[in-house]
Design a protein around this ligand. Structure first.
Ligand SMILES: [Zn+2]
Length: 189
């Protein structure tokens, strides 16, 4: 990943390595990787290679039913996938609450899905619609064409995968592996 000043980043995003940058405000060194601590935009000083994040300002965003969000799959177990919600689509403000979400297997796609692991895997980034809100807990739905996995992480080597020619299948160029997903039509590759 090559970041430049003005790039929008989320907490945990890798900005570079410690040989490249010196972490300054709202950036930190995590075992040699420089990461963002907050949602905001990158600010790199060209003179001394200091990298900072300018936190997104404004009133934090409160989610409503029907909103589209991005989040990372943290667990896939039985009938339910768990998601750490990162941001609202088309909205740079941070979220008002540390929203956690779940998707039930019946809410993943139109039609029958036998195994949830054919749709999502840990580390995937998904785009999904909010269908229910209970405080900071959400239920999500990915049945629409635009919803589903936008970035699939290979279960073997952790690289991001590219869509294959088959529907709802992704391919890892690093370790030559195919896996199944419920892909969003907005897949990011
Ligand atoms: Zn792989």
């Amino acid at each position: 990943m090559k970041v430049k000043s003005g790039d929008f980043v989320m907490p945990g995003d890798v900005l570079g390595v410690s040989e490249q940058f010196l972490p300054d405000k709202w950036a930190y060194d995590d075992g040699g990787y420089i990461k963002a601590a907050v949602i905001g935009t990158v600010d790199i000083s060209s003179s001394n290679k200091k990298i900072s994040i300018i936190p997104s300002s404004g009133k934090p965003a409160v989610l409503n039913i029907g909103d589209i969000v991005y989040g990372e799959i943290t667990d896939v177990r039985g009938q339910r996938a768990m998601i750490n919600v990162q941001k609202m689509k088309g909205e740079d403000r941070r979220l008002a609450l540390p929203y956690m979400a779940a998707i039930h297997i019946s809410q993943v796609k139109k039609g029958y899905l036998e195994k949830l692991t054919d749709a999502f895997r840990i580390g995937d980034v998904i785009e999904a619609k909010v269908s229910k809100i209970m405080g900071d807990n959400l239920d999500l739905n990915t049945a629409d064409r635009e919803n589903g996995v936008v970035k699939a992480m290979c279960t073997r080597c952790r690289a991001y995968m590219i869509p294959s020619k088959r529907n709802d299948e992704v391919y890892c160029e690093v370790c030559d592996r195919k896996e199944r997903r419920k892909l969003s039509s907005n897949y990011d590759c």
